[in-house]
Design a protein around this ligand. Structure first.
Ligand code: ZN
Length: 264
């Protein structure tokens, strides 16, 4: 059984960074929870612990003590950036330590999985003297997932669908690092997604969701990033069967909404 320790940065009386009505501590908690969910649901041979499951204060020392005492195989500390910039970066300890090359390999696998899943702008793999990566006795990586005080990133961080992508990137990366076997019988639940419009302007996407709601069509916004550019897809249905997705497209057309199907 492999042991994974997920640290949700900040919490309680330490909100972390803030901006655009967002607090870092809430985002890190949502991502940490979802990462555990993905690992538990999709992979076997893994035991996942999180540093906090609610909004509470935990000192840095308490976090690394918990991971060390438990004997985790890998630790990932989840954070959100601030202070000028855009996109994703990851950190390992900058000092000399045993197993540094192995940790660098782990950082690389994790870094690439998160970029692939999110389409974040790549700010690179870095080293720093952070407590979480220094005081952990197992390979440890700290991730900085977008900039809370930058409008383009804040819009992404406000979307639950996008936080799920960040979490999935972490889970897939960790699974690759630990070579976790996929659970038997797990197939991607959703194969076809109906999209009614894709916009560069978030306001337009929100307006379309409002218009669809008037017709009792439930929709959500799924930010899709490619080469650093964000498109706001309005998703009006997710299906396992292509025939059902096509049916939804016809229904939408009858209301005057042109739609298309994407594979996921
Ligand atoms: Zn932080």
């Amino acid at each position: 059984m492999k042991k994974v320790f997920i640290d949700a940065g900040h919490g309680g009386n330490d909100p972390g960074a803030s901006g655009h009505d967002l607090k870092e501590k809430d985002i890190t908690l949502a991502i940490a929870r979802q990462t555990k969910n993905y690992l538990d649901k999709m992979f076997s041979g893994v035991d996942v612990k999180v540093s906090r499951t609610k909004d509470r204060s935990v000192t840095l020392k308490e976090r690394t003590n918990a991971a060390n005492a438990w004997g985790a195989d890998v630790l990932v500390s989840i954070h959100v950036n601030a202070g000028g910039g855009r996109g994703f970066e990851s950190y390992m300890y900058n000092g000399a330590f045993k197993g540094k090359e192995k940790t660098r390999e782990i950082q690389k696998v994790l870094h690439e999985a998160i970029l692939e899943e999110t389409g974040f702008v790549n700010r690179g793999m870095k080293e720093q003297n952070f407590h979480m990566v220094r005081a952990s006795q197992m390979p440890a990586v700290l991730t900085e997932n977008g900039f809370i005080d930058r409008k383009e990133d804040a819009v992404l961080l406000k979307s639950a669908a996008f936080l799920n992508k960040i979490a999935k990137g972490h889970a897939v990366g960790i699974a690759n690092v630990l070579r976790l076997p996929k659970k038997q019988g797990i197939v991607s639940q959703v194969m076809y997604r109906v999209v009614t419009g894709s916009f560069e302007n978030y306001t337009y996407a929100k307006e379309l969701v409002r218009l669809l709601a008037k017709k009792d069509m439930e929709a959500f916004i799924d930010p899709h990033t490619s080469r650093g550019k964000t498109y706001y897809r309005v998703v009006t249905g997710s299906f396992q069967e292509l025939a059902n997705a096509k049916k939804r497209v016809s229904t939408l057309e009858s209301y005057g909404f042109d739609s298309f199907i994407v594979n996921v």
